[in-house]
Ligand binder design. Sequence first.
Ligand code: ADP
Ligand code: S3P
Length: 284
Amino acid sequence: MDAQASAPGAGTVLNALATGVGSAFAIDLTVTATVSLTDTTGVTGSIDGVEGADTHLIERCVEIVTERYGTGEGGTVRTESEIPIASGLKSSSAAANATVLATLSALGVADEVSRTKAAKIGVEAARDVGVTVTGAFDDASASMLGGVTVTDNETDTVIHSENREWDVLVWTPPEQAFSSEASVDRCRQLAPVADLLADLTLDGAFEKGMTLNGFLFCAALDFSPEPLMEALPDAAGVSLSGTGPSFTAVGTRAELKPVKERWQQRPGTTLLTTTETNGAIIHD
Ligand SMILES: Nc1ncnc2c1ncn2[C@@H]1O[C@H](COP(=O)(O)OP(=O)(O)O)[C@@H](O)[C@H]1O
Ligand SMILES: O=C(O)C1=C[C@@H](OP(=O)(O)O)[C@@H](O)[C@H](O)C1
């Protein structure tokens, strides 16, 4: 009973830490999970190339699925990732989604569970192991379904979703920022203005919304807004992604070219990718 699935990471339009309403867009960088189930109990996780990594999230994903849809099988789960961990590019949501789908596939029940329901299992696992503040259904839904989603993370509902085709420039500094350690109280201070951003986002003004999100959350989370200034006015939209430290800029390849030249002067990695509109997939 072996199976494999992949899910994309995502960038932020609206960080949900202010009000619980959040928005994210899937990007073409993926996490692949390989699950092997046995009749023994206990699940052992590993993350390719990362010694001593925290594997509780992916282990909990397998446990929930086998308890609910199987007979409590144990086994192993391994992830391979194109996305750096704890960099704001939603590797946790992608890893959870890929693991849940691979486990459903290993049990032969993937067709019986909707993609939205599968994403909610990953969110449940993230809450159980404490790697999230709101559950991050915004990130989980964008990764699972592809495209841009706007969600209410208090009720785990998708309020709005649509596809956008952008080139996406990603700058990742050489450091990590775990969501579970974010200054949640400072983010909540942004609630009255974050409500205005939610309205903009629901009107489909994603690029302007994400740029305003970038300035607000750089202030709340104590990141320099300089990468945002370096992207403007060339990029159509730019933001701190999640709780950082990565920044993402969107637009056409031509618009992002001068931004790339400026961001490449910074330490860390700058890479060009695109939006992703298919979401998570189970491998044959
Ligand atoms: N590729 C992965 N495989 C397994 N678990 C992962 C992976 N990426 C992230 N995680 C889990 O998520 C945690 C980081 O979550 P978070 O701080 O939200 O970062 P991110 O912004 O990358 O999603 C890690 O400590 C680990 O438990
Ligand atoms: O844990 C959470 O509830 C969230 C974490 C943030 O993302 P990162 O995990 O990328 O920092 C944020 O963007 C999201 O809206 C909600």
